[in-house]
Design a binder for this molecule. Sequence first.
Ligand code: PMP
Length: 354
Amino acid sequence: MDIQSIPNLLNIKEYPESEIKRILNKELIIKLSNNENVYGPSPKALEVIKEAVENLQFYPDPQAASLKRKLCSLWDIEKEQILIGNGADEVIDLILRGLLQKGDEVIIPTPTYDNYAIGVERCQGICRFLDMPMGNFDLVEIQKSITNQTRMIILCNPNNPTGAFISGLALEQFIESLPEHVILLLDEAYAEYEYAHVSGIRYISKKNILAVRTFSKIYGLAACRIGYAVGKSEIIQKLDDVRLLFNTNTLGLIAAEASLDDPIHIGKIKYSNQKSKALMVRQLEKQGISYYNSSGNFIMINTGVNSVEMYRRLLERGIVVKPILHEKYQTCIRVTLGTDEMNNYFLDTLFGIL
Ligand code: PMP
């Protein structure tokens, strides 16, 4: 099949693996475009899902009480301080719709997760993009950019796609400097992959902070669509006001809860991710290819070739990655860390192309 003729080429990352195989007419593809967990969820999560399929005629618990109880003891918080959503994406959407008004300014360091800007614009907010120097956070620059019109700052920690990470001390100092009129949205979707990560949840009583988490990444439950936000109860109430009653589903809720009971499984994934990252980085260095240090389950690689062109060349060979479109990073691709086999196949293919 002629790759050039595939419609909506860049949106292929939105398709499930089976659909990509059909479009490319390939038996095997290596999907490294969505930062999914290639090792899958805890067997404990699979077990409860199997039992629960007997009861699909019943609606889910609209308050997600059982999962909230577990999260409350995990984080030492009250149930009024948690909002559960249909993945972190819905949670982010509820935060923006619940808190932003037309004309509100939102500071977003870039490159970062595309959905923030899409969501802010949907609410008729104004995005103030700040370029990240060398793919890292410049918290002083962010502080200096705050004005009386700034309603929100969105920080993705660790950041997708650069992998940059804000240390505990830097985060604490930044949070302390925040003025009262600003809400800090901390997207911690990849937090569990970084051993030194300190969650913003620790500071929710001090400032207007919303920390967002997901079961789609290290917990391996992306198909189940469960994410949550933690913040002051007054803020969480505003988000709950714009939430649909049955916004989550039973299988996701119980699988998320069961996966919290399996820290050993999560520990193994964290360790495997760390190991594959070290292996990949070593291979890239050997070949003299530059990359950005990542605290997540992905690496942003500067191949020196236009990102869309590289994306296309890899796609032709059955590998799906994410091309970075930000003007300062146009020769970068973001690659999810897969199994050693997947990573080696990707690296061999990349080295063959370059
Ligand atoms: N935040 C970030 C930074 C992400 O990368 C993603 C998923 N790609 C999400 C949020 C959304 O995750 P979920 O599957 O929980 O909606």
